[in-house]
Design a protein around this ligand. Structure first.
Ligand SMILES: Nc1ncnc2c1ncn2[C@@H]1O[C@H](COP(=O)(O)OP(=O)(O)O)[C@@H](O)[C@H]1O
Ligand SMILES: [Mg+2]
Length: 627
């Protein structure tokens, strides 16, 4: 049985008061008994003394004494008034030396309990002496109580001497039963007072415990509010006792809890948004088949789940219902299984796994379902195999270019030899024909030589472009890099009257990149810009963070600009509008940016300049903002 603190306290007070009242009552009873007995003894001794004095005057000789005592009306009066008016006396008698009754009061009465006495008038009979009341008074409290409760008769005895000779005894019987009845009537008010004291004690202890336990109730209510998730719960307990200390400890704890909750709340959206961005569909279902969480992919993949709120029970046609049931039954992870899920058009095949979730105590909490669209996987696979094919083709073309280069070299050498031989056998460049009929072939030879050089340049460019590059990624500080590019471009810019402005802040977040390749890309862009401003102008570098994951770098000039019809071909290999342009610069820039997982775009107003905008990934993504 569990007792509340209040009940325990009331019980304790009640028992204590009860025990004290009982002990006091017992002591009171014992004292009353002793006083009653002593009083009874004293009065009866006095009466016995009266009787004795009368007897002395009545009796003239020992021989006639018995008859004189029996017949004397005064003696009889004295004996009768003793039994009649003395409350606790049951009989008064004068006996001779042999305990034979000489005079006895009262007259036999049917109410007298003693059957001996009731049967006959004991005068002339033996009356056995009883214990004296003195014995009882000499004993302890308990023996006195026991004596009073035992219903045994006691006597006050006074030996009689006539003419200095023992004659007999005056015996007055004291009834303990009567004393007890007397005591009971005296004790009753005491018992009522004790009972009242007990009731008052219980009521007072209840009120007192209410007052004393109030801080505990305040603490309990505070804990309940904390438990419900309320923030910043503070208790106001009156100062000065142990509860006040407890209250301030509670307040500190509550503040710490709020801080931890706030921190967790800060993390939760981060985690949720990470899960939300996953390509895989993720959902958590509790043991009651209610949806606890579903990420964006899950909601868009599973028809009917788009508007279901968290906490709602899943419909019977929920595609993974059987899988969830099996995990809950067995407690084992299931899958991956291929499941056809109804979609907007037909069905989508998914690879689904389900994992049991349990609390720290091991109690099952629910199931996490992870589904992956197999069609998406096959798209990735296709893309991968496509890029693998591309790489193979690239390698093939590179080796073809190598193969082409060798014969080109041989052709250049042989053309040089041919020119020398022609010169030796005739006029120069066929301008002045020799004696022998040499056809004017030199111009053709020169054209062939020029075309071979052009072909060689194309092959060189291609080889340069298709050389597999290995990225050496490291955090790159853009302000320094662009400063370096400005310095390298300095002389050329100065020659064409171009001013270079670097607006990039040194505090800009670093980007993750291959410094050498990025330097080359920015050099190519700067070179193009200078070439687009033959009459001078401004080349401006600027960079700003773009969201939390990228940095955007702008390379802007005030040159001739790009004609709209050239925009599409700008990044094509070999595309150039310049007489001696290679058409390699922007292709290299494009390749570099894409190798860095970045992007590039261009904006231009013909006649007033062009702006190239490069988006490059940041080296460190701030930990808190994953979105
Ligand atoms: N800043 C610019 N302003 C105007 N046109 C430009 C600029 N940058 C590039 N272009 C155009 O893009 C073409 C391709 O540039 P690029 O690939 O570097 O080859 P190249 O410089 O050898 O011509 C250039 O010929 C030019 O027409
Ligand atoms: Mg160029």
């Amino acid at each position: 049985m569990r007792l509340s603190l209040k009940t325990k306290q009331a019980l304790g007070v009640t028992i204590t008061v009860g025990v004290v009242v009982c002990i006091l009552s017992l002591i009171n009873l014992a004292t009353l008994t002793r006083v009653s007995l002593a009083e009874s003894k004293m009065r009866n001794e006095m009466l016995a003394a009266f009787i004795f004095r009368r007897a002395e005057t009545v009796v003239s000789s020992r021989e006639q004494g018995v008859e004189q005592l029996r017949t004397d009306p005064h003696i009889r009066d004295l004996l009768d008034s003793t039994t009649a008016y003395e409350r606790n006396v049951s009989y008064a008698a004068i006996v001779d030396a042999k305990n034979v009754v000489v005079a006895y009061s009262p007259e036999p009465d049917p109410d007298v309990r003693d059957p001996q006495l009731r049967a006959r008038n004991p005068e002339g009979q033996m009356l056995e002496p009883q214990s004296q009341i003195d014995e009882l008074l000499e004993g302890g409290i308990f023996s006195q109580l026991q004596g009073v409760l035992s219903d045994r008769p006691f006597e006050v005895q006074l030996p009689m001497f006539i003419r200095r000779e023992p004659f007999g005894t005056i015996r007055i019987g004291v009834s303990t039963l009567l004393i007890w009845q007397d005591l009971k009537s005296q004790l009753q008010p005491t018992l009522w007072i004790a009972l009242a004291a007990l009731v008052v004690a219980v009521v007072v202890s209840m009120v007192f415990s209410n007052w004393m336990l109030r801080p505990i109730h305040v603490l309990k209510a505070g804990l309940a509010r904390l438990g419900k998730g309320e923030e910043g719960v503070q208790l106001d307990l009156p100062p000065g006792d142990e509860f006040a200390d407890l209250g301030s400890s509670f307040n500190i704890l509550s503040a710490e809890l709020s801080a931890v909750r706030a921190k967790l709340a800060g993390h939760a959206p981060g985690v949720e948004s990470v899960v939300d961005q996953l390509e895989d569909a993720v959902a958590v279902v509790n043991t009651k088949r209610e949806l606890v969480f579903a990420n964006a992919a899950f909601r868009s993949n599973v028809p009917g789940l788009a508007d279901i709120a968290e906490g709602e029970t899943l419909a019977d046609d929920f595609p993974y219902r059987r899988l969830v049931a099996r995990v809950l039954e067995t407690g084992e992870p299931q899958g991956p299984l291929a499941i056809d899920v109804p979609a907007a058009e037909g069905t989508v095949q998914q690879s689904v796994t389900a994992h049991p979730l349990s609390e720290a105590t091991g109690r099952p909490m629910g199931v996490m379902v992870v589904a992956r669209n197999l069609s998406y996987l096959s798209w990735v696979e296709n893309t991968l195999s496509y890029s693998r094919k591309l790489a193979a083709l690239n390698r093939l073309l590179a080796s073809v270019a190598h193969e082409v280069k060798n014969p080109l070299n041989a052709m250049t050498i042989h053309l040089e030899l041919l020119k020398q031989k022609l010169r030796a056998s005739g006029g120069e460049l066929g301008a002045e024909p020799a004696a022998v009929d040499v056809p004017p072939v030199m111009p053709h030879v020169s054209i062939i030589s020029m075309e071979i050089r052009r072909l060689d340049e194309v092959v060189q460019g291609f080889l340069k472009f298709s050389r597999p590059e290995e990225l050496l990624l490291q955090p790159v500080e853009l302000h320094g890099l662009l400063q370096e590019v400005s310095e390298v471009m300095g002389p050329q810019a100065h020659a064409s009257g171009v001013t270079i402005v670097n607006e990039c802040e040194p505090t800009l977040p670093k980007v993750s990149g291959d410094r050498g390749m990025l330097r080359q890309a920015f050099l190519n862009l700067a070179l193009n810009a200078c070439q687009a401003m033959p009459q001078g102008g401004v080349l401006r570098f600027a960079a700003v963070p773009d969201g939390s994951r990228f940095v955007v770098v702008e390379v802007a000039d005030t040159g001739v600009g790009i004609r709209p019809e050239h925009m599409e071909k700008l990044f094509d290999l070999y595309f150039s509008t310049k007489d001696k342009g290679s058409g390699l610069g922007l292709s290299m820039v494009y390749r570099t940016v894409h190798l860095h997982n970045g992007s590039i775009e261009v904006e231009s107003v013909p006649g007033s300049g062009a702006t190239f905008r490069l988006r490059l990934p940041r080296a460190e993504v701030p930990a808190r903002q994953v979105a």
